[in-house]
Design a binder for this molecule. Structure first.
Ligand code: HEC
Ligand code: HEC
Length: 399
């Protein structure tokens, strides 16, 4: 029943978004309401195209990819939207919506045309991710899936902070929505007219958590209709946490629901919930088909220690941009499954046809001014590159 109310929220959200946008851009006449009925995800994808990917491709790549060279005219179109549709649908594919980072447009690297710089790569990647989110999710329509928690009465903190007896925490078990062992954690306080939550976070269980778009709702004691969060504040939340990872806050961890009564039951409805989703990896950029790393043993012996020593300080979570470009969390883990995930990620930045031209080398080359880290001299660069090449060459010939 809550799900049927959710539709109404799109309207609310769009008007809230439009107000925010108006204050940002002033009255430029850009805001024309939303007659086309786009989902918020689609709206965001279009904006990312217009602001992030479009400008990059139209500057660096349009000179050859709008018809000047045969079979690679993925930037042709009468207008911006047509070009966007063409590049997404282009055959052979240059955009991979199921594994954005492995998109050919990002991994192509230097050819007759230039390679994308690190910043350009991250701008275009941001757009591809938004496109991925804008795709209808096949799991969404599963009518049997229960994605709402049973309504519960939150324990209210009346004074102090946890663990004071007057300030209990709420740890809502998410097993019933398909996340065994995972919990929704928060501290609740009564507002003059409403409910205030802090420490709002998700604690993953052993399988980890992937979730999108949690929506809080209040169930009035008089039995009238459930009241969803008026501004649907978490509509763009997406969390992907590995098994037993630390708790992750939802947007700063606080939320004031002014239209909820603190004494009423609440529930949370999720758009999507599943176990942790490792970013699936498509064919290697060298065009060699299939899967991820095949030679994890060589990787562990030769490459992993080098990545750990020189790259993990940024690419294993400490620097968000670096980690989103190439996530090597777990590269040094005693758990082979974790090492394989890191290896798969690194492989998307490897050119198996011309190993020297691999992103992992180009990025850290002493001559590269676009990447925040580069080796200070050729000797140190080679001390990284040569052992990593042993692994890449093993991948290259692996069956
Ligand atoms: C000076 C001309 C030129 C420019 C500029 C150029 N390219 Fe290319 N690109 C080519 C040619 C020629 C081919 C076909 C031969 C090949 O694959 O190398 C190609 C092919 C491609 C392909 C598809 C083939 C494949 O390997 O799947 C991609 C993707 C690509 N380029 C990306 C880019 C990107 C991204 C930019 C902008 C940063 C860019 N190109 C700029 C000339 C150019
Ligand atoms: C000081 C932090 C830092 C270190 C250390 C670092 N990187 Fe990065 N790297 C970044 C950031 C930040 C980005 C994201 C792009 C951007 O925002 O400029 C990035 C992006 C990349 C990319 C993708 C972009 C591209 O140019 O294709 C690759 C590949 C990469 N790094 C490889 C490495 C390798 C290999 C090492 C270790 C030898 C390393 N990085 C060490 C910060 C770092």
């Amino acid at each position: 029943m809550l799900a049927t109310l959710v539709r109404q929220l799109n309207m609310v959200r769009l008007s809230v978004g439009a107000i925010a946008l108006l204050t940002m851009v002033g009255c430029t006449g850009l805001i024309g309401g939303d007659p086309s009925g786009l989902t918020p995800e689609e709206t965001l994808a279009r904006r990312m195209w217009a602001e992030k990917a479009g400008p990059v491709l139209n500057t660096s790549c349009v000179g050859c990819h709008a018809g000047q060279r045969p079979n690679t005219d993925f930037l042709i179109g009468a207008d911006d939207l047509e070009i966007r549709a063409r590049i997404i649908g282009f055959e052979p594919a240059v955009i991979n919506l199921s594994a954005p980072q492995s998109s050919r447009i990002l991994t192509k690297g230097p050819h007759e045309g230039p390679s994308l710089t690190a910043t350009e790569t991250s701008d275009v990647l941001e757009w591809i991710r938004a496109e991925k989110d804008a795709q209808p999710d096949p799991g969404e329509s599963d009518p049997t899936a229960n994605l709402e928690t049973t309504p519960f009465t939150p324990a209210i903190c009346t004074s102090g902070t946890p663990p004071a007896p007057t300030c209990p925490t709420n740890d809502i078990d998410l097993t019933e929505v398909g996340l065994p062992g995972a919990k929704l954690h928060f501290v609740a306080q009564a507002l003059g007219s409403g409910l205030y939550l802090n420490q709002l976070s998700i604690i993953p269980g052993a399988d980890g958590v992937y979730l999108e778009h949690p929506l809080f709702a209040s169930y009035p004691a008089d039995g009238s209709d459930a009241k969803p969060d008026q501004i649907d504040r978490f509509y763009n939340v997406k969390l992907n946490l590995m098994g037993n990872a630390p708790a992750e806050q939802l947007q700063g961890g606080t939320a004031a629901f002014v239209n909820f009564l603190a004494t009423d039951k609440i529930s949370v409805l999720f758009k999507i919930v599943k176990a942790y989703q490792p970013d699936t990896v498509g064919p290697g950029p060298g065009g060699v088909g299939g899967g991820g790393c095949k030679t994890v043993a060589e990787f562990k012996t030769n490459a992993a220690p080098r990545f750990q020593a020189s790259c993990a300080s940024c690419h294993a979570g400490a620097n968000a941009n670096a980690t989103s470009a190439m996530n090597i969390t777990g590269v040094n883990s005693p758990d082979d499954a974790m090492v394989t995930l890191a290896c798969n990620q690194i492989l998307t930045r490897v050119n198996l046809t011309t190993p020297d031209q691999s992103g992992v080398f180009l990025a850290a080359d002493p001559a590269n001014n676009n990447h925040p880290f580069r080796f200070p001299d050729a000797a140190q660069f080679n001390a990284f590159k040569n052992p990593v090449l042993i692994w890449i060459n093993a991948e290259k010939v692996a069956p």
